[in-house]
Each structure stands twice: as structure tokens, then as C-alpha cells.
Design a protein around this ligand. Sequence first.
Ligand code: FAD
Length: 359
Amino acid sequence: MPNIVVVGAGVSGLTTALLLSKDPKYKVTIIAKHMPGDYDIEYTSPWAGANYLPFSTKEGNRWEKGTWPELARLAKDVPEAGIYFQEALIYSRKKDAGGPVTDWFNDLLSTTPWFKDLVPNFRILPKSMLVPGADSGTAFTSVCINTAIYLPYLVSQCLANGVVLKRTVITHISEAANFHHSGQKADLVVNCTGLLACKLGGVMDTTVVPARGQIVVVRNTPGAMFTISGVEGGEDGDVCYIMQRAAGGGTILGGTYQKGNWESQPDPNTAVRIMKRAIEICPALVEKGQGIEGLSVVRHGVGLRPLRQGGVRIEKDKIDGIWVVHNYGHGGYGYQTSYACSQGAMDLVEEVLSPKAKL
Ligand code: FAD
């Protein structure tokens, strides 16, 4: 009966714990400083939109490709998960080629991306459907996740499978092995600490940095998701996207993508730019003739994407005699890679704990 401690209760930790708990041979404890229900700058998952807009290249797409089927299944068959299908419209401007946002979006802006046969209804938008300034556009049926419902849903699924959750703060990853609910030392620790992997003893991954995302949540309902390759007149790191969350979760207006910026407080000027651009890209957000006064604001917020140079870290490691499987560094794609990354972590857990590995 291997005892496993998962550190982290964001989308990465909860999804990994859920997959592990489906195998009755594993006894799983989740420990975390922050849990679903909290809103904190050190806890990224609640701040995400979140949707499925692939950022990877064809060569690096296994995490996004492997996660779509499960997100689509949840959207289709499990309404209580807070995920639903929603159309995504992506506009591209030639002048943004080679810029920081296009670099981030990679294949997303292509008219022949690798995922065109994976997601439903992929199509090239006719000129008549483009917003002013856009040179081309695509659309497909994506999913939008209401994180305020989905994270508690993951917790409920874990609890149903016997996972125990404890609120604990550790300073070194090897300490986690002492917190298994059995009272015995854990056989293995899974590290899903997100951005804080850069500060955690035994890990101290200095290649993990924040990519700051400021958002505005509004009650207005555009009925679809929108994004564009670049924006006019913005400071470095301004981006523009809109997504309407499932089940009355409000509409997320974004945003920013500011590498290395740890600022936790929303900037009022940035907020105004975000709201103005959202109306430019989707005039239907407000009544005809209205500007940002037509938006009904629920809250302003900031989340820090756990960006890792070189991409997500899914690796096994032995630290101070304790087996650790890492699953952190998901940048702006932690939901859309969650199932495949967690399956990758689970494969490593099985490899480490298999009797052959112990010989
Ligand atoms: P977190 O959610 O940060 O969880 C880390 C966990 O580890 C927490 O529970 C924390 O308390 C715990 N922890 C850390 N250190 C310790 C310690 N020392 N002791 C105990 N516990 C510890 N992704 C998408 O796929 N689609 C999107 O549309 C999308 N939009 C986004 C928009 C914004 C504005 C932002 C900010 C992010 C967005 N993302 C999106 C990215 C996504 O939110 C992240 O990749 C994901 O949430 C990371 O999850 P995580 O579980 O790895 O980290």
C-alpha cells in the first residue's frame, strides 16, 4: 500500500491526486498552503480564465493533445464540473509577427494549427467577421472552465476516493513525507507547488518566474471567447482576451503577460486599458454606444502564471533519500495540460514504486 503525499492543491496537485486515487493501491494525502476557496497571489489556479487555447508547437503538443479528450468529456457529460463548450475566435495581425505575444501564442495564430482536427468546428473566419485591424482569424469550439466550481469539483472527487487534505506549509520538499495521514512516512512525494517551486528548499528552481496576469471579472455576457495577437498603445506585456465562464461564473477580461513581475495589486490604468480593448474586440459586451461604463465589474484581480524556462517539469528525483516526482511550471497552460501532465507524473510514480525499481 504505497503512501503518497502530493504537495499543492492547485489544478496540478488536485488532478494528480485524483488520478492516483483512482488506483486503490495508493493512499494519497494532499498538503497545501492554499486550498480551493482561497484567493492569494501565491496560488495561481483560482485566477485563471480558464479555457483551452493551445500554445504548443506540433512537436511539443503531447500535454495539450492528451488533455483535450478529458476536458471535452467533462463538458459533455459532467455538468457539475463547471466546464462547458464555448466558441473561441482568434484574430491575428500581420504586424505582430515575431512579437512577445505571438511568441507566446505559437501555433494558435496559424490558419493550419496542429489541433485543427482535434477540436470541433475548426474554421477560418471570413473577412467580414474580422475585427478592425485584424488580417486573419480562426475559430473553433473550445471549453471554458469556471475555476470557482472546477477546483472544488476536483476536491470532491478526491474526497470520494479517500484522499485526505491537510493545510500545511513546508519549507523543504523532503518534509512533506512526514505528513501522510497514516502517520507513517510517505513512500513518495509529488511536487505540485507551482510558482513557489522557485523558493522551496530542495527544489529552488530559479528557472521558474511569474508571468503576471491582471484581469477584470464582469457580469456582461459576450457569449463566446475572443483573443487577438497584439494590442495598440499598450505597455509591455498587455494582451487582450475575453472568456465567459460556465454556470454564471462571470466573464474574464484580460489582461497582461508580464514576465518577472511579482506585483500582487491590480493597476487601475491597466484595468481601464483591459476594459476598453475588450469592448473594441467584442462590442456586443455592452449596449450600443456604451463604453466601459457599460461593464458591470465583479472584481479586479491578479494571478501569477508559474512560467518555467524550458517548459513544465515532469521528472523523478531523489532528494535527501525521499523519492519526489515533480509536476510544476505550467505557465499559462496549467488547465489545458492538466490531465496529460498528471498522467505523466503518475507514470513516473508507478515507475518509482514498481517492485523492479526497488531491487
Ligand atoms: P497553483 O495553482 O499555484 O498551486 C500551487 C499549490 O502549491 C498551492 O496549493 C500552494 O499553496 C501549494 N504550495 C506551494 N508551495 C507550498 C509550500 N511550501 N507548502 C505547502 N504548499 C505549497 N491555464 C490554462 O490552461 N488556460 C487558461 O485559460 C489560463 N488562463 C490563465 C489566466 C491567468 C490570469 C493566470 C494567472 C493563469 C492562467 N492559466 C491558464 C494558467 C494556470 O492557471 C496555471 O498554469 C495553473 O493554475 C498552475 O497550477 P498549479 O497547481 O501548478 O499551481
